[in-house]
Write a protein that binds this ligand. Structure first.
Ligand code: HEM
Length: 274
């Protein structure tokens, strides 16, 4: 006798919606654990791209004062101004910067939302805690601490924006004078320690994030495991070494704002030291 085969949920975590209207594909996919992992991986790649580019951009503070188009200024300040003027006059001033900010914020919101809802989904799938000790050889230190390192980095970002973008917690803040603001912020020892601790947490988060994004995307052939580990180590190390060097070099006096040097705000020379 012919039997009608009924398709069950795609995965054990897919939500059953018997009798309910189907959601659009992307929303439907996002409600599964696999969908959330994809979102975490894609937004993770975007965020890693920003973090690496931001660190490389900040290395400009080591170039100190440079002369460009007849104007002397801190290279870091010229770079900040360049970002504000990116693609002008095709787009208005700040236009590209705001587009990048919106993209970055959206990536961060999705990354955190997917992480949170994935945890909720996993708890629902296993309401009873593991009865025996977890196999901590398989679950490394970095993987077990993802939630903590992630939360610490999130809190750090809030402080960092209040410190170096808005100047709320940086008493010597001057809009547009990036080098001066970095020096003013990181010469405070407790703040320098906060930057160092947050960036080590970021490094641990990045190490496990880069490693597991290959798993999430399905690129997990055991042949590439050594390569995956090396890439995760390299990205985490580059970001931590670069970012930790900034507070260390400010405290060591290598990066030091000189109030007598010429600075440019919106293209006008304020004072130039001959
Ligand atoms: C010691 C390490 C770091 C230093 C010295 C540093 C420095 C700065 C500076 C000077 C600005 C303001 C730039 C401007 O106004 O032109 C800034 C903005 C920003 N930083 Fe960092 N940063 C560091 C680490 C990080 C990390 C680890 C993250 C993220 C995890 C991050 C995320 C941001 C974001 C989101 C902005 C705002 C960008 C914008 O809206 O234009 N920074 N940073």
């Amino acid at each position: 006798m012919a039997q009608t085969l009924q398709r069950g949920p795609v995965s054990g975590t897919a939500v059953k919606r018997a009798g309910k209207k189907r959601k659009p594909f992307l929303l439907d996919f996002y409600s599964t654990a696999v969908g959330k992992k994809y979102v975490m991986a894609i937004t993770g790649i975007m965020l890693i791209g920003f973090v690496v580019a931001h660190m490389v951009g900040n290395l400009k503070m080591y170039l100190g004062i440079v002369e460009k188009d007849g104007v002397r200024d801190y290279d870091l300040d010229i770079y900040g101004e360049y970002l504000r003027q990116l693609l002008v006059p095709i787009v208005p001033e700040y236009g590209t910067l705001w587009l990048m900010r919106i993209g970055l914020l959206a990536a961060l919101v999705f990354h955190v939302h997917a992480a949170y809802t994935l945890t909720v989904l996993n708890r629902k799938a296993r309401p009873v805690k593991y009865q025996s000790a977890r196999d901590y050889q398989v679950a490394s230190f970095a993987s077990r601490t993802m939630r903590w390192t992630g939360s610490l980095v999130l809190l750090f970002i809030l402080w960092h924006l209040a410190d170096l973008t808005l100047g709320w917690v940086n008493p010597d803040f001057e809009y547009g004078e990036v080098y001066r603001n970095v020096d003013a912020s990181l010469s405070r020892v407790p703040v320098a320690i906060l930057y160092i601790v947050a960036n080590i947490a970021l490094g641990i988060h990045l190490f496990h994030g880069v490693w597991s994004l290959f798993q999430s995307m399905g690129w997990n052939n055991p042949k590439f495991n050594q390569w995956r580990r090396s890439l995760a180590t390299a990205i985490a190390a580059i970001v931590v070494i670069g970012n930790v060097s900034f507070p260390v070099m400010v405290l060591a006096g290598v990066v030091e704002f000189d109030p007598d040097a010429g600075t440019v705000i919106h293209g006008e020379v304020e004072e130039v030291d001959e």
